[in-house]
Design a protein around this ligand. Structure first.
Ligand code: NAD
Length: 271
């Protein structure tokens, strides 16, 4: 008989862990921070928008969790390193880090401004690298290892029109995660990617009218014929769906689950 280190019926716990989530003043990151706090983690709300990050941290603290806000621009090396240092000073070195901060810019390739291409790659790829590097350094220093999660997308697997840099960046994060899974194993560092389908966050709400304009169709048609067309049930994925996936990756106790990507998309993409 093999002995499992996961007991049947165990509630996933993050008690005593420190978790830093980039872009967690809004959308997916915010919900993940709330769920992590409920699971017992001390959460660090790292975002470009400090005021909104502070609001999220205060809400979590008011409901009995432990949270702090830090200003962080994930495209800036010093800003990321300083944010991680502030987190460690207050809560101890991170055990969980999520490279979640993201933006979207939609445009046909022939009109895509080079500056927008570079801006998007900087947030997703430079941001992913700097966040993961800072996390790895703390996880090695603490000798506890930990879990690094990248927020990929179905666009880590599939393409859509108008999204050249986004699809490029989200595919790239899968490569980065696999390298860190190999390099990190000796330190007990696990790395995985979550690939959500469309979730109605501010990032998606903004692109519905933009896509309607670029494709010459109505907003309702964007939802039905672009966003949800290939799902099994024409339903949006939710922030709770993604937070549950993030909780599983964070709480998984061994290197058995590393270097993987999990698509949570109502069957839009099937592996
Ligand atoms: P959102 O707009 O609600 O939140 C994104 C957050 O990132 C914001 O709080 C914003 O201030 C922050 N941010 C942007 N640039 C930053 C920077 N340079 N430094 C630090 N913070 C920065 O969007 P969301 O939908 O919650 O997206 C979160 C992640 O999920 C993104 O990586 C996105 O690509 C990914 N994703 C979203 C969907 C979806 O349908 N919403 C689907 C797949 C993947």
């Amino acid at each position: 008989m093999t002995v499992s280190n996961v007991q049947a019926g165990t509630v996933l716990s993050l008690k005593g862990k420190t978790a830093l989530i980039t872009g967690s003043a809004s959308g997916l990151g915010k919900r993940i921070a709330e769920v992590y706090a409920e699971a017992g983690a001390s959460v660090v709300i790292a975002d470009l928008k400090l005021e909104a990050a502070q609001v999220t941290a205060d809400e979590i603290t008011k409901s009995g969790g432990k949270a702090m806000a830090v200003a962080m621009d994930v495209t800036n090396e010093d800003s990321v390193d300083q944010g991680f240092a502030a987190a460690a000073k207050t809560f101890g070195e991170v055990d969980i880090a999520i490279a979640n901060a993201g933006i979207q810019i939609v445009c046909p390739i022939q009109d895509f401004p080079f500056a927008d291409w570079k801006k998007l790659l900087a947030v997703h790829l430079d941001g992913g690298f700097l966040t993961a590097r800072a996390a790895v350094r703390q996880m090695i220093a603490s000798k506890r290892g930990g879990s690094i999660i990248f927020m990929g997308s179905v666009h880590s697997k599939e393409a859509s029109k108008l999204k050249a840099p986004y699809v490029t960046a989200k595919h790239g994060l899968e490569g980065l995660a696999k390298v860190i899974a190999k390099e990190g194993a000796q330190y007990n560092i696990r790395t995985n990617v979550i690939c959500p389908g469309f979730v109605r966050t501010p990032l998606v709400e903004k692109q519905i009218p933009e896509q309607a304009k670029a494709l010459g169709i109505t907003e309702d048609e964007v939802i039905k014929t672009v966003m949800l067309k290939d799902t099994v049930d024409t339903e949006f994925t939710t922030v709770d769906d993604i937070a549950q996936a993030a909780l599983t990756f964070a709480a998984w106790p061994s290197n058995a689950l590393t270097g993987q990507s999990l698509v949570v998309s109502h069957g839009w993409f099937m592996q």
